[in-house]
Design a protein. Structure first.
Length: 423
């Protein structure tokens, strides 16, 4: 189980969608399917399969098990039924965040993806989004009947967090709270169940699902509002699929009761997120529905996300703590001045690297804080950067990225990192 986004993201990828050979067979089948209707005039679009991008092993969001398909897969099926179109799944592991979206949705392997964060920083204009159909984010988990109304309530307590998450970076600023770091949402909640921690601060949908399926609803799940804590969740499409986006917008109201039922089925916590005293500044603007262009427009740009964020919204989410104020940082000599390159580097970084190194490179653990590259390596910063991203550091868990990103993308990532360096 992973945390959307955003989230969120570097185990080996199991590509569950068709191989090149089976892809060719699929194309031929679709072509034959099309031709059989030519004699009757035109092909009825509702007879074409609607292809859903889905992760085969990412509950409570999606799975390839018929008896437990996951909330996003069930929402995708409800959308397809409302549009009178058959549904087929295109399977791909989402561990690499935005990369999973690039090689599926943006590569036209599938038509839509349910559950991406409708946020302006999530893959820019390459994607367009439906209106949000729900919101998701982080929550505090406490044994019933315990609750919390301010961060001061956790002073002197041990709080479990998932490694390299927004809560970990946020709690690093709290001197009176002891962190217990775990690898995944299940282990984070388990720390509370075992008494190793007094509370957990974890991705709420995952916490709710674990609470329902493993602990018989033993915990209070309290969604927490704040900077980087909550995200609008929507359906995503390629930027040229405005007509399909408009059609989906037209059915979301009709399936809203179904979505509510599914949230209960999969244990999603109910109630609005709460703002705890002494916590991050609430983010209200992020929850507004994105403005979308009608499909008749010349082009259909996305809203001005990640998950990843996800982070990647996302999911990543898909993403710790308040983003660094880059205006307050002094870039080392030679920092890139090309704003487009910096912007591209930031997007690539947040889509893949933020899972370990923090969104916008904000990371509480100094040993993987990339804002300290210049501090550590001085004039060798660029040399060390390119060697590391090209060859990786396998013994330290850093994969080689030379077969994933181009040299130009590496240059863009470095340009972004130069803007956040601090000594």
């Amino acid at each position: 189980m992973t945390s959307t986004s955003m989230p969120l993201i570097s185990p080996s990828v199991r590509n569950g969608y068709a191989s090149r050979k089976s892809g060719a067979i699929l194309k031929a089948s679709v072509a034959a399917f099309y031709l059989c209707f030519l004699g009757n005039g035109a092909l009825a679009i509702e007879n074409l399969p609607l292809r859903l991008c889905a992760d085969p092993d990412n509950l409570p969001f999606s799975s390839d098990r018929a008896e437990n398909p996951g909330i996003y897969r069930e929402i995708g099926n409800a959308i397809a039924q409302e549009l009178n179109r058959p549904l087929t799944e295109v399977w791909y592991r989402t561990n690499f965040g935005k990369r999973a979206t690039r090689v599926t949705l943006l590569a036209k392997q599938c038509d839509f993806s349910v559950g991406l964060p409708a946020d302006s920083d999530f893959m820019g204009p390459a994607l367009i989004f439906s209106r949000p159909f729900m919101k998701a984010g982080y929550a505090l988990v406490l044994k019933k009947p315990a609750t919390v109304s301010s961060w001061a309530d956790l002073n002197g307590k041990a709080v479990a967090v998932q490694q390299n998450s927004t809560p970990q970076n946020f709690l690093a600023t709290k001197d009176n709270i002891t962190m217990v770091t775990e690898l995944n949402p299940e282990e984070t909640v388990k720390a509370v169940a075992s008494g190793a921690a007094d509370a957990a601060f974890v991705w709420a949908p995952s916490a709710g699902y674990v609470n329902k399926t493993l602990y018989s609803d033993s915990f209070n799940i309290i969604p927490v509002d704040g900077l980087g804590m909550q995200w609008p969740v929507a359906v995503a499409f390629g930027k040229r699929d405005g007509a399909l986006r408009d059609a989906v917008n037209g059915v979301l109201n009709r399936i809203s009761a179904k979505v509510d039922d599914l949230k209960v089925k999969y244990g999603f916590p109910a109630g609005e997120p709460v703002t705890l005293a002494e916590g991050p500044t609430p983010v209200k603007e992020a929850m507004k529905a994105p403005e979308v262009e009608p499909s008749t427009a010349k082009s259909a740009p996305g809203p001005a996300n990640p998950a990843v964020k996800v982070a990647e919204a996302s999911e990543s989410a898909q993403t710790g703590g308040a983003p660094a104020d880059s205006a307050a940082l002094t870039p080392p000599q030679g920092a890139a001045s090309d704003s487009d390159r910096v912007r591209e580097g930031k997007e690539v970084f947040n889509g893949t690297c933020s899972h370990c190194h923090g969104p916008d490179a904000v990371q509480a653990e100094r040993k993987i804080d990339l804002r300290l590259l210049h501090h550590r390596y001085k004039d060798r910063m660029e040399e060390i950067f390119f060697k590391t991203v090209t060859d990786g550091r396998p013994t330290k868990g850093m994969p080689a990225w030379k077969d994933v990103f181009s040299q130009e993308q590496f240059v863009s990532i470095l340009a972004f990192l130069k803007t956040v360096q601090t000594d």
